[in-house]
Ligand binder design. Structure first.
Ligand code: F6R
Length: 368
């Protein structure tokens, strides 16, 4: 039941901190030990030399973060493919490949068929799933359930956040098993992940501000989203939510691609959300993204920056700043996604649309 909420979507967005806390619960110790018996055998399999995530839609964006984490923490080559592309393109898969499907429903036909295809080719399969006993987990070598609770709104929100941390747990489990992470690194990551739910709860509080923004923009026809590294899947996710909920043309780009084409789209008044890396980022991605903001601002874009609280470099160039509490790089996407989910919902509501049941969409896509 949606209780006092205006929609299931509003309720489920606000449940994201809980969805993450429940998915982490009892699986990660403060010292960074991963305790997931259902994954023990797969994680100990030294034959596995690469990981391919398969998923559709929002689930595929969570998988992108999983692939980044897998390479960084476990040093295992990892990639992401859309299930429907993977299955039909003669991908090279064998007994050394771990195929990780990510699916809220566990019934998405494209993903199920891709899992079967992988199993036939001899791959080990892990299912990250939110629905106990669904078809995909039943057919997989092992399952890591997300504990987001039932998701009713057609567009995925809390399941996305839970999927992200589930992919992180998988990467950490391999990182620990393969000795790719030091004890200190594991403890730092554990602390960061266990702190995420409280930081996410702060982001849920941006609701009123986002409500105002959405009303100010209700007649817009196009919104762009930019992000880089862990912010890139979040840009894609923000754009997908706006398309499906508010029926507004939206695109997410890797910020580094801007000069390779998309900057031609910028004209006066174009709204652009930018997920800004922390100024503490050691790879100077922060200053690169701030330069991107200057470039689009000079061409008349209206910039809404999602930036770390106190990030003074962004202030002179952004029309609006949504502040994020300082967090670990891999926690930042869990924070930035919440105002973008809220924005999709609020803009749909400002247009008088049904946010729980967008037109032409079904909660689980059980046909190819
Ligand atoms: C977007 C959305 C869809 C699903 C996709 C996969 O908000 O809900 O893109 O993420 O259809 O569904 P599952 O996770 O059930 O396989």
């Amino acid at each position: 039941e949606k209780g006092g909420w205006s929609s299931f979507m509003a309720k489920e967005i606000s449940e994201q901190p809980e969805a993450v806390a429940n998915t982490l619960r009892s699986r990660i110790t403060p010292e960074g030990h991963i305790d997931i018996p259902e994954l023990a055998k797969v994680v100990a399999d030294t034959q596995i030399t690469r990981v391919v995530f398969i998923a559709c839609g929002t689930a595929a964006y969570s998988a992108m973060l999983g692939a980044y984490a897998m390479e960084k923490w476990a040093h295992i080559p990892a990639s992401v493919e859309l299930s429907h592309e993977f299955r039909y393109r003669d991908a090279v898969i064998d007994a050394h490949t771990l195929v990780v499907s990510v699916s809220q429903s566990g019934e998405t036909m494209d993903t199920l068929m891709a899992v079967r295809h992988a199993a036939e080719a001899g791959a080990t399969t892990v299912s990250i799933c939110n629905t106990q006993g669904a078809t995909i987990p039943r057919e997989s070598t092992a399952t890591l359930y997300t504990h987001a609770g039932p998701e009713v709104a057609v567009a995925s929100t809390k399941a996305f956040s839970a999927q992200v941390v589930a992919t992180y747990l998988l990467a950490l489990a391999f990182g620990e098993a393969r000795g790719a992470l030091s004890a200190a690194e594991r403890a730092e990551l554990a602390e960061a992940l266990l702190a995420a739910p409280d930081q996410m709860a702060e982001m849920v509080q941006t609701g009123e501000r986002i409500h105002e923004l959405a009303h100010w923009m209700a007649d817009t026809h196009s919104v762009l989203y930019l992000g880089r590294h862990v912010g890139y899947p979040i840009a894609l996710e923000g754009a997908l939510k706006l398309k499906e909920l508010a029926y507004i043309h939206a695109e997410g780009f890797a910020a580094g691609e801007l000069k390779h084409g998309p900057i031609a789209l910028i004209e006066p008044g174009q709204i652009v959300f930018v997920v800004v890396p922390s100024p503490r980022d050691p790879r100077s991605l922060h200053s690169k993204v701030v330069s991107n903001i200057q470039e689009i601002r000079a061409r008349g874009a209206r910039v809404i920056a999602l930036a770390e609280r106190g990030d003074a470099a962004v202030l002179p160039f952004a029309d609006e700043v949504i502040a994020l509490p300082p967090a670990h790089t891999f926690v930042e996407p869990l924070l930035a996604v919440i105002p973008l989910h809220l924005f999709g919902m609020e803009l749909a509501m400002a247009k008088g649309l049904d946010v729980d049941q967008p037109r032409n969409l079904a909660k689980s896509v059980t046909v190819e």
